[in-house]
Design a protein around this ligand. Structure first.
Ligand code: SAH
Length: 351
């Protein structure tokens, strides 16, 4: 049984400078302390108030008794591929569990962060969908996954993808706040183009993301070029249909001049035929974008990954298209850390 945080303690991770200023004003502290604390937490990444050496001792003591830095508790991790990929299990202060994944490649360290406990989108092929939806994560709970993974990594984390448990655009505000803090020049200072938000295709939020000129990368999980088929495997397609989704992606391109990425999970006999590939090319037309084909990671629900031959044939058909095509061979499939394999029991408080 792990320790559940006292409810009276405020967690500072997740607060931006204005929020820290407000919290400090309440206890009669000057504004400039907010920037100092922001710098200690996000740039120098200290884990205790005692290390914040430019704060007066009295303030450090007060913070120690009334606040905490981190909000998550690490429960365990599993490694694979000589530890190139690790899946982490964290407990929230309210008792639920979430998972995050760290992937090391030659020059990159990518972390895949969760944005919700469970997910309401209920895509037929995804393990998280089976859990149902419990609640949104706070900006602090999203960011703390990054900070705790960074603390365990020798090198600097170079990329963040919001592709863990949950649908980022159904928790828009908190995800944007977490992403803006990751990007803040006085803190972690991760480039906006190193941060990717992946959505099932929540149309009004794609438009909002474009209108707000967010600089983060946008990925849209397309998964089929046919409305009816897409609706069968992704229930959200009913209220967010394909033609409108493509218009929203075009709108995003026109407003930001950034190329969206379309993710396409390849499922045997469902969306992997030559006809599907050709329809996909027609659907996308001349929209400047990238298509990322993800061979399915099986989770024992009847869906199958196509043979390597079939995957290759599908991808080869796409080579005729004007867009860029990449294939994502998920890392960590042996430890259930691949795309769509994240899920924890909701009704237990121990793993
Ligand atoms: N809810 C967001 C982000 C999480 S899923 C979204 O849907 O985009 C990240 C990607 O993994 C999505 O493109 C999703 O379609 C894909 N995915 C889900 N289950 C998968 C599985 N079992 N194997 C491979 N990819 C999967």
């Amino acid at each position: 049984m792990s320790v559940i945080q006292k409810e009276t303690e405020v967690s500072l991770v997740g607060m931006d400078i204005p929020a820290l200023e407000r919290a400090l004003a309440e206890i009669g502290e000057p504004r400039f302390r907010a920037r100092q604390i922001f710098n200690w937490i996000y740039a120098r990444k200290v884990h205790s108030f005692g290390d914040m050496r430019n704060l007066p001792k009295t303030l450090r003591r007060r913070l120690e008794s009334e606040a905490v830095i981190h909000t998550l508790t690490k429960i365990s991790h599993s490694g694979s591929d000589a530890d190139l990929t690790r899946k982490y299990l964290f407990q929230l202060s309210t008792g639920e569990m979430i998972e995050s994944v760290r992937i090391k490649e030659k020059t990159r360290i990518t972390v895949c962060l969760s944005t919700q406990v469970g997910c309401a989108a209920n895509c037929a092929f995804c393990a998280t969908g089976r859990m149902g939806f419990r609640r949104n994560l706070t900006a602090g709970e999203i960011l703390d996954q990054f900070l705790l993974l960074q603390a365990e990594s020798e090198g600097r984390i170079t990329n963040v993808v919001f592709m863990g448990m949950g649908e980022p655009f159904l928790n828009y505000r908190n995800v944007m706040q977490a992403a803006e803090i990751l990007n803040h020049p006085d803190g972690i200072s991760l480039g906006a183009r190193k941060i990717t938000v992946s959505t099932v295709g929540i149309i009004p939020k794609i438009q909002k993301f474009a209108d707000e000129r967010r600089r983060f990368k946008l990925a849209i999980s397309l998964n089929s070029p046919a409305q009816e088929k897409r609706r069968q495997i992704m229930p959200v397609a009913k209220s967010h249909p394909l033609p409108e989704l493509l218009s929203a992606a075009r709108y995003y391109y026109q407003k930001t001049r950034n190329h969206p990425t379309f993710e396409y999970v390849l499922l045997e006999g469902i969306n992997d035929s030559g006809n599907d590939a050709r329809r996909l090319i027609r659907l996308i037309g001349n929209l400047p974008c990238k298509v990322n084909v993800i061979p399915y990671n099986e989770i024992g629900n009847g869906f199958k990954r196509p043979s390597d031959d079939r995957i290759e044939r599908f991808v080869r058909t796409l080579y005729d298209a004007p867009f860029t095509v990449t294939v994502r061979w998920s890392r960590g499939v042996d430890i259930d850390a691949g795309c769509g394999q994240l899920a924890v029991p909701l009704n237990e408080d121990t793993p």
